[in-house]
Design a protein around this ligand. Structure first.
Ligand code: HEM
Ligand code: SF4
Ligand code: SF4
Length: 671
């Protein structure tokens, strides 16, 4: 290799100098990487290698294909070009290092192949252009979601240096050796042409300079990586491959009694209470802020930023981890993770809407961490606002969040001729009404509308009435795993006693718990959301919406129906099937990117003390579609949106309705 042909300073064998530089850089990298690996091993065990086919599929789509990054076209393409460029260029870099160590060693047919030569040349220019764009984005455009650190600029500078030095070293080598200009390497050929007039000794000296600058930058980059957010280059592919394959709406099961018996933590109060994958997440954060830009708590000015939460946990792991590795974590207590590093306010601000996890290009799992820390607050510390206490007390005392008597749970159905399971145990469908449909005046109307539609369609269904109790969803999301399991077990016993197979419900929270979480407790059913059911009934001709309703309707996607369970088309289908209605999307925030109403994660039962109100913001977003009605398919969204509409003064002109209420008006000849 030309650059390492002659000794340095006339006596130092160049390949020995190179070897020394490689040993130092790889050694520094390996030492830091091993330290980080040991810190990750502090986490609790977790199985994440099942279903390899599904994992490789995600790897292909989201690592090699850069799928989630490309959701944002400009930033995504910028990154994809850098990433794909590195895949191509790394082969040539490895060849450079090997050839520098052992003269004459090359990868032969691979790197001599004209297609590879062209790709290498092209990507060196494209990576350089992408890095210039990244500089422009950071220094001029300045999107608010990014973190503005010296680290980010340093890495961009290093990558630009890598590309420039590679191109210049190559161009000067071609010029010096008077090689024929390769049409497959247009950029290097153009540089060689431009530098061809320099005296040969200068060409050689500059070639050596850029070659060494390139090689030393690569090695410096390697040694620096573990100390930078660019550690993601190494961890992101693993993090994507190791992502959770559990149903999206299923929180991890915690055996509370076993934990108490064995003196195990209830939730997470220390960094090593997370699993090893939870800790790997923290290393992988690229600080892109996509989670924060989608988070309703951050958007409404609350202290919670999902990005900051992950970065704070990383910093805490790096600070506290070493003491725990040496077993003296308890003896030298540093900052409290829950309360100091992550404040109680931050934890309670989360609506568990999953927007953060849906946006994160490297599949970081924020919600389970937040709920794990809430579990500690609730079950170990009993530290929460009085309204959360009230929620738990009410659920325990009467099986609903409002402490209404259990005996009135079926009263909404009085006079409608709906049998109970006790009366008709053989019936095909169980209509799971949920607490809101059973007890909240506004949502009782939805329950009646849906029941009426099922009756019109000739569906044979029954309700549990007084035998139904809250699914436990708000308790689980608020961190009271024990209460969730108590309520859920009670329901599973009831459902299994009746041999229930098919459950239909109008509440996405009940739908999600029954479908995705009850199997953890031995309850497995076919669970159908009313939007799916109604759409099927209309398609099958069992319901015939014929009366025209007027005006534009904006549909609000409930998080637990949309992002958690991917039910987007059916509620829209129901609305589109109603003559006269014009379905409009909430501009920029619909389907998987819809913003939460503010009510998820038990927040509907809590005061919103910080920042702007999320439901007010959501109404403002919906009003941008200029609707006559705002439709949704979730009782808690109805409560939150109606409250928001009242506050924004649009309640009388733009009513909020469930899709069943609109459909029944179109189907019902009498109304
Ligand atoms: C050789 C591999 C890689 C290189 C050289 C690389 C390089 C970079 C650079 C330079 C940035 C900063 C861009 C800026 O200033 O905003 C960045 C950001 C980022 N990287 Fe990578 N990366 C690599 C691999 C990956 C992989 C495999 C993933 C995910 C699967 C990933 C995900 C991200 C994300 C999400 C960002 C933030 C982008 C944004 O602001 O929207 N990177 N990466
Ligand atoms: S789940 Fe929603 S509210 Fe909670 S951190 Fe993520 S985006 Fe924010
Ligand atoms: S958690 Fe994910 S989305 Fe959020 S800043 Fe980190 S990498 Fe980006």
């Amino acid at each position: 290799m030309l650059a390492t042909r002659d000794p340095i300073l006339g006596f130092l064998p160049a390949n020995l100098v190179l070897l020394l530089a490689i040993v130092v850089a790889v050694g520094l990298f390996a030492r830091s990487a091993y330290h980080l690996y040991r810190l990750v091993r502090l986490g609790r065990p977790e199985q994440r290698t099942d279903h390899p086919a599904e994992r490789w599929d995600a790897f292909l789509r989201h690592v090699l294909g850069q799928g989630r990054l490309l959701r944002e076209p400009a930033a995504g393409l910028m990154h994809a070009l850098i990433f794909w460029g590195f895949l191509v260029i790394t082969v040539s870099t490895a060849e450079m290092l090997l050839g520098g160590l052992i003269p004459g060693l090359t990868f032969g047919p691979l790197t001599a192949n004209p297609v590879y030569v062209l790709l290498l040349d092209l990507f060196e220019v494209l990576v350089l252009a992408s890095v210039l764009f990244a500089f422009y984005r950071r220094l001029v455009v300045k999107p608010s979601r990014l973190s503005y650190t010296g680290d980010a600029l340093l890495i961009l500078g290093l990558i630009a240096t890598l590309m420039l030095t590679a191109l210049l070293a190559n161009g000067l080598r071609i010029a010096y050796a008077s090689e024929p200009l390769d049409p497959w390497a247009p950029a290097s050929a153009a540089l060689a042409g431009a530098l061809g007039d320099l005296p040969a000794p200068t060409q050689l000296a500059l070639h050596k300079l850029f070659w060494w600058a390139h090689v030393l930058t690569v090695l410096g980059f390697l040694a620096y990586l573990p100390h930078s957010k660019h550690l993601h280059i190494v961890t992101a592919p693993f993090n994507v491959w190791l992502r959770s394959l559990a149903p999206r709406g299923q929180l991890p099961y915690l055996d509370v009694e076993a934990a108490l018996e064995q003196d195990q933590p209830l939730g997470a109060s220390q960094i090593d209470h997370f699993t090893w994958k939870g800790l790997l997440d923290t290393y992988t954060c690229t600080e892109c802020g996509r989670c924060q830009a989608a988070c309703p708590a951050s958007i409404s000015g609350k202290p919670l930023s999902p990005k900051k939460l992950i970065l704070d946990l990383k910093e805490h792991l790096l600070e506290e981890g070493p003491a725990r590795l040496h077993g003296d974590g308890e003896a030298h207590p540093g900052k409290q993770m829950v309360g100091e590093v992550i404040t109680d306010e931050v934890l309670w601000d989360c609506t568990t809407c999953r927007a953060c996890m849906h946006e994160c290009p490297v599949f970081i799992e924020h919600v389970p961490k937040i709920v794990d820390m809430r579990r500690h607050l609730v079950m170990a510390e009993s530290r929460f606002e009085p309204e959360v206490q009230r929620l738990f007390d009410n659920l325990e005392a009467s099986g609903n969040p409002w402490r209404l008597p259990r005996m009135v749970r079926g009263d909404w159905a009085k006079g409608l001729g709906i049998p109970t399971m006790a009366e008709s145990p053989e019936i095909e469908y169980l209509y799971w009404v949920g607490c809101a449909g059973s007890h909240d005046e506004r949502n009782m109307k939805v329950a009646r509308a849906f029941a009426r539609l099922m009756q019109q369609a000739g569906v044979k269904f029954a309700i549990l009435a007084t035998e139904e109790t809250c699914t436990g969803d708000p308790a689980r999301r608020a961190g009271h795993e024990y209460l969730f399991q108590t309520l859920a077990q009670q329901n599973v016993e009831t459902l299994n006693r009746y041999g229930v197979k098919k459950v239909v419900t109008a509440c996405p929270h009940c739908f999600n718990s029954l479908k995705n979480e009850y199997p953890q407790l031995g309850g497995t059913y076919e669970v159908i959301h009313h939007s799916q059911f109604l759409r099927e009934l209309v398609e099958a001709g069992k319901l015939a919406p014929s009366k025209a309703l007027e005006g534009a309707v904006a549909y609000h996607d409930p998080c637990y129906l949309g992002r958690y369970n991917e039910v987007y088309d059916q509620p829209r289908g129901v609305l589109e099937g109603i003559p006269g209605l014009e379905l409009r999307e909430v501009p920029g925030c619909h389907r998987d990117r819809a913003m939460c109403c503010g009510g998820g994660g038990a927040r509907v039962f809590m005061e919103e003390q910080r920042g702007r109100r999320i439901n007010h913001l959501r109404i403002e977003q919906a009003m941008a579609a200029q609707p006559r009605t705002i439709a949704t398919a979730c009782p808690f969204c109805i409560i939150m949106l109606e409250d928001g509409a009242r506050a924004k003064g649009v309640y009388d002109d733009v009513p909020v309705a469930d899709i069943a209420e609109l459909l029944v008006r179109s189907c019902d000849k009498k109304s």
